[in-house]
Write a protein that binds this ligand. Structure first.
Ligand SMILES: C[S@@+](CC[C@H](N)C(=O)[O-])C[C@H]1O[C@@H](n2cnc3c(N)ncnc32)[C@H](O)[C@@H]1O
Length: 465
């Protein structure tokens, strides 16, 4: 490992936006050699666009933190960093503004036990057996005509009561499932309460089997990665005369739990926060205080939202329907729609806001995709967004640069490949920007880069934790 000195960047160069290079930090890219599902068995609970592999987070957690340390991801998505941190005996803290991401993160870092999950599922199955006639009839009515007056359904989390209100099922949702599966889903959706740890775990697991192209999924209408556009779904179903095969929700969920609990849940419990990354520090501090800990984080590993690439609500509309979330409101709230300058200001606010919870020798790792268009225009050679983030967001906030490592992303790992024209905005390369909160952090980042990492899973040293 070594760091090349940063090239001097003149004001003229910045004005012309000529590319300038950051010093390289040599992190052996062994995370790419690991199996796709390397890491804890909770990781693949549900697919999530633009998530990074658990092996990448391990490469950083192992080098830059010790058991007991606090490891934060302000944009935790499906919870990869905090789960992997918890699985390695750290206190993993995840935050996201997307309630779907928060649900996945919380389910992983504050999970149900296997016994709790299996018992609750058995309870739901019994309740279904006792009460299925009405729900099956409702499923049939919705499937026949979701707009009919007698096809209104109880809202998510209502416990089956219409006192909390009733709602129509979107046409595309009705299309996606066999009427019996739909009846079961309507029942489970109304029964699960997302503020309960066990129910939340079951709901998160259910989102993971909602749609996909094999018999383990409840609908075969769409791939597992994301929801197809609703209009495409309607056209496709009409054109192909699609009818979904019957799938049993309880059997599917039982098998999913078997897969998730192939490993015991992490013994270290983490923290999942819902909110804007810019005001994370006070929320982290109070959550840590509630746990009786005054620690500050020694490591941040995160992949901030990209520029106008992913609409997490829209691309997950079937899952958000199941959970009772409003996909439009999610997209309106998230920061995936910035142009470049506001994006850099946003990142500066995030990095400034993080400072109070960082230990002096904290290492901050930002995984940032290159961007090939800005305001719809192609940028020749792409934009080295990591360099811009360093220059306009991290340096002015007093962070110290350890270097940048380049991660050439395997084409099949990028969701944007799946979205045709959207691929114009895709990133072929991720840059891993490694910063120190102070000079001590920068030195620790440089020294840690050379360390060997144990890739056995679970790591021998941690099996007793
Ligand atoms: C690239 S994804 C992170 C994926 C994550 N690394 C994983 O492995 O799942 C970026 C995340 O930023 C979240 N996000 C967007 N704007 C946000 C904001 N202002 N505050 C917190 N999270 C935000 C999105 O919901 C999304 O989950």
């Amino acid at each position: 490992m070594s760091a090349r000195p940063a090239q001097v960047t003149t004001a003229g160069q910045l004005a012309l936006e000529l590319p300038f290079e950051l010093p390289t930090i040599h992190l052996a890219p062994e995370w790419k050699d690991q199996q796709r599902l390397w890491g804890h068995t909770f990781h693949p609970m549900c697919s999530y666009l633009a998530s990074f592999p658990a092996s990448l987070t391990h490469a950083l957690i192992a080098r830059y933190s010790r058991p007991g340390d606090v490891v934060i991801d302000p944009f935790s998505g499906r919870g990869t960093t905090p789960l992997q941190a918890c699985a390695e005996g750290r206190i993993g803290v995840g935050n996201d503004l997307n309630p779907f991401a928060h649900l996945l993160t919380a389910a992983k870092v504050q999970p149900a036990t296997r016994a709790q999950a299996v018992t609750r599922l058995a309870q739901l199955r019994l309740a279904w057996n006792a009460d299925s006639t009405g729900w099956l009839a409702l499923g049939n009515r919705v499937a026949a005509d979701p707009r009919a007056a007698d096809a209104l359904v109880p809202v998510a989390g209502s416990g089956g009561s219409s006192a909390d209100g009733v709602e129509a099922v979107p046409v595309e949702v009705a299309l996606a499932f066999h009427p019996r599966t739909l009846g079961q889903l309507l029942f489970v959706r109304s029964a699960l309460r997302l503020d309960d740890r066990t129910d939340r775990f079951l709901a998160a697991a259910l989102t993971g089997i909602l749609h996909g192209k094999s018999a383990s999924y409840l609908s075969e209408l769409m791939p597992n990665t994301f929801s197809m556009a609703p209009r495409y779904v309607r056209d496709f179903a009409a054109r192909t005369d699609f009818s979904s095969p019957e799938r049993d929700v309880f059997d599917g969920l039982a098998k999913k739990l078997d897969r998730l609990f192939r490993q015991a849940p992490p013994t270290s419990e983490g923290i999942a926060l819902l909110g804007d990354a810019r005001d994370l520090a006070p929320r982290v501090q109070s959550a840590l205080e509630d746990r009786g800990r005054a620690d500050r984080a020694r490591l941040v590993v995160t992949s901030p939202p990209y520029l106008r690439v992913v609409k997490y609500g829209y691309y997950n509309w079937l899952r958000t329907w199941l959970l009772g979330f409003d996909s439009r409101a999610i997209d309106a709230a998230l920061d995936d729609a910035h142009h470049r300058e506001p994006y850099l200001a946003f990142m500066r606010d995030v990095l400034a806001g993080l400072r109070p919870v960082l230990a002096d020798d904290a290492v901050v790792v930002l995984v940032i995709g290159d961007v090939e268009t800005d305001r719809g225009r192609k940028i020749r050679g792409g934009m080295d967004l990591a360099a811009r983030v360093w220059e306009a967001a991290a340096a002015p906030e007093g962070y110290r640069l350890a270097g940048v490592a380049i991660d050439d992303v395997a084409p099949n790992r990028k969701m944007t490949k799946l979205w045709g024209d959207e691929a114009g905005r895709a990133t072929k390369t991720d840059r891993i920007l490694v910063l120190g909160a102070t000079e001590a952090g920068r030195r620790r980042a440089l020294a840690g880069a050379a360390l060997d990492v144990d890739w056995t899973w679970p790591p021998r040293a941690l099996r007793s934790l």
